[in-house]
Design a protein around this ligand. Structure first.
Ligand code: GLU
Length: 557
């Protein structure tokens, strides 16, 4: 009679190492009490999803604030779904958001004592553990073909039973060792399944750092742990890797809650202590069409991919800070009190996480983004814009390069003061906002038509603009400039004092605000623009006069 050991040796003739050897090779980490070891474990199957950035940012934060370790492991066991180069890309993108690992997979290299950190390079480690399970009779080879499994599924459907490979349906678990040995000798293809001893009717208690303790049905599925391609499945690799990499806290998306019973059973079968788990809520948004909450969708929502934020010229820090508001309900107040200075001193807590879906609100995110961009001085913001434009926006790049001082003067309007203007949230649309400072933007505004108040006749406008051109100087401080404008207004019968005007509007052409608006529209093409004095100073007297002349001639035609 063939023993478990003989069967295990037949399947893994070259595996001589034991679990004990692995325990020695990957000893418990020498870290201060309370230090948490977290990991981000992406599959190289595409772009970095905003939800993944959310997870990895929390992993980084939890490790940092506990003096622990954050590492990255590349989960590439699903070779069919792999997209070449996406592992490196994920890493580059994390780096942009300053979510850097202490250890692990680093693209073309790796760092740390617990590697390899790429799952496909860990095949022999998984085999050691699987061999051990085979010897213990806790795993067995399964020879069922795709057709067998389909027939099983159909039968279960017909009988309205839970689908899967379990209990009486787990045909191969009842083969004798001799039969298994024979089949393998005959070259039959097989996978290896874990032999579950659970019962779906039982409830087990599990703990989650976000959800607390809860009950869930015990696992009874004989899941595949080793595929015919020689690689493990996610469930098995998770257990082996997080054990031997000495992860203390598994932080992952809530889609994994359902498989927690499998993981708990695997840890127990191996006699290992399971790590703490934190299953994070999925990021949701309010659908623009239906008004209902739904998951961010890779297909429908540009903001589902972090590349959107990068390519649109948002500050990476803005997204990270905003994600922290989604993560912890007390963060928003904290960051407002800390004047958006940085979140290093904020203590993240799983307990302050909301359970009913983290809501991504673009409006609020833009508010964060504007607050942050308002904190830079004119040179810093110009450099940031230039960096962005160089990579993603040639028109902006040429515009800035053409006259960098002019651009930074524009950026400086209402900037370096206690309560700066917060006009900009990102760089991709900055030319839409300040376009009128440039020839083509201003031309476009003229073509679109100037929004003068209809209560003024063309003659009123022409005489007001002519007087301004003749008499308004910008070689003075703002207060004197404004007094100058008031004098011009008074001479044209624009009330300098709004009270007076309100009392007897029929006595006046308008008030000083009206006159300023005429000038603003003339210089910028719009009713809303930043501080008019600053706009005029930045444009310079020559350009201001040129614009006044152009508008006068348009009004005359
Ligand atoms: N590779 C898994 C995924 O991409 C990782 C889940 C985990 O963090 O354990 O979702």
């Amino acid at each position: 009679m063939i023993t478990n050991k003989q069967l295990a040796d037949l399947i893994f003739p070259n595996i001589a190492e034991t679990i004990d050897d692995l325990e020695k090779r990957y000893p418990p980490r020498n870290l201060p009490a309370g230090a948490e070891v977290t990991r981000f474990a992406p599959s190289p199957t595409g772009f970095l999803h905003t939800g993944s950035l959310f997870t990895s940012m929390i992993c980084r934060k939890v490790a940092t604030q506990s003096n622990g370790v954050f590492y990255i492991r590349l989960e590439d066991t699903d070779t069919k779904r792999e997209i070449a180069g996406s592992g490196e890309q994920l890493l580059d993108q994390l780096h942009i958001f300053d979510v850097n690992p202490d250890e692990g997979y680093l693209g073309n290299a790796e760092k740390g004592q617990y590697g390899p950190y790429i799952q496909s390079k860990r095949a022999s480690i998984y085999c050691v553990v699987i061999k051990h399970l085979l010897e213990e009779g806790k795993a067995y080879p399964c020879f069922c073909s795709a057709q067998d499994l389909e027939a099983l599924r159909n039968e279960q459907e017909r009988q309205k039973l839970n689908p899967g490979y379990y209990g009486e349906f787990a045909k191969c678990r009842n083969l004798t060792n001799d039969e298994k040995y024979e089949k393998i000798k005959n070259g039959e293809k097989f996978v290896i399944r874990f032999r579950s001893s659970g019962n779906h009717e039982n409830k087990i208690k599990v703990s989650d750092l976000v959800r607390g303790d809860f009950e869930i049905a015990e696992n009874d599925q004989d899941i595949v742990i080793y595929k015919s391609d020689g690689l493990p499945t996610y469930h098995f690799a998770h257990v082996v890797d997080d054990h031997f990499m000495r992860t203390t806290t598994v932080i992952r998306g809530e889609e994994w809650v359902a498989s927690l019973p499998i993981h708990v059973e695997l840890f127990a079968a191996l006699g290992w202590q399971a790590p703490h788990y934190a299953h994070l809520p999925v990021i949701m948004k309010v659908d623009e069409e239906t008004g209902n909450k739904r998951k961010l969708s890779k297909r429908k929502d540009r903001e589902a991919a972090v590349s959107y934020f990068i390519e649109d010229g948002y500050l990476p820090k803005a997204l990270i800070m905003y994600l922290m508001t989604i993560a912890n309900s007390n963060f928003e107040e904290w960051i407002l009190n800390n004047n958006f200075e940085g979140m290093e001193n904020f203590i993240f807590s799983f307990k302050k996480m909301s359970l009913d879906g983290a809501l991504f609100d673009m409006g609020k995110f833009n508010f964060f983004a504007r607050e942050l961009l308002a904190k830079f001085n004119k040179n810093e913001i110009t450099e940031l814009a230039l960096d962005y434009a160089k990579k993603y926006n040639d028109k902006l790049y040429q515009t800035i390069k053409n006259n960098q001082k002019y651009f930074s003067d524009i950026m400086n309007i209402d900037r370096e003061k206690a309560n700066p203007r917060k006009d900009y949230e990102k760089f991709s649309n900055i030319l839409d906002i300040i376009g009128y400072f440039y020839e083509d933007g201003y031309n476009a505004a003229l073509e679109a038509g100037l929004p003068f108040n209809e209560k003024f006749s063309k003659e009123d406008l022409v005489s007001a603009l002519s007087a301004i051109k003749e008499k308004l100087s910008i070689d003075q401080d703002e207060q004197s400039w404004f007094n100058n404008l008031k004098e011009i207004g008074t001479a044209l019968n624009f009330a300098a004092n709004n009270k007076e005007y309100k009392a007897n509007p029929e006595l006046f052409k308008g008030n000083i605000g009206d006159l300023a608006e005429i000038l603003r529209i003339t210089l910028t093409g719009r009713k809303n623009a930043p501080n008019l004095y600053s706009v005029m100073v930045v444009l310079g007297i020559e350009e201001s006069h040129k614009r006044i002349d152009r508008v006068i001639s348009l009004l005359k035609n």
